[in-house]
Design a protein around this ligand. Sequence first.
Ligand code: 5GP
Ligand code: ZN
Length: 135
Amino acid sequence: MGQEITASGESAAADTTFEAGCIFCSIVRGTIPATVVRKSGRTLAFRDIAPQAPAHLLVIPTTHAFANAAELAVGDPALAAELLREAGAVAAAEGLAEDGYRLVFNTGDYAGQTVDHVHLHVLGGEALGRFGVPE
Ligand code: 5GP
Ligand code: ZN
């Protein structure tokens, strides 16, 4: 699902912050293309460029203001809830809800977080292995 479109034209909310050099801020602005599958008032969902499962999507707030899930939950609980709600909606739209799926917030180096703009991974499409095993 989802066409190859960009998020350009998105009108930034007053509380939206952008960070130069942040790949996800560039996707929000539309200067880097992404396969966007869903938008809500303050979130964007798009396909991960390097999928780790048959279905792998990312749901992000449009603001750069929070680096990880804990910061988001403390700083803007309503936005944290919106992100989770959107992840559920994306999973349902992708046909993942019946068989199940995994939501992941990587936080920090040991978890392999590479983008310091909070993002929720939605993974599914097949039975997933266990996680937490060191590489
Ligand atoms: P993290 O490792 O920080 O939890 O997740 C970052 C995710 O962003 C990775 O799964 C990576 O594949 C994805 N990613 C990095 N650059 C891009 C990009 O330019 N476009 C898209 N769609 N995903 C990206
Ligand atoms: Zn950002």
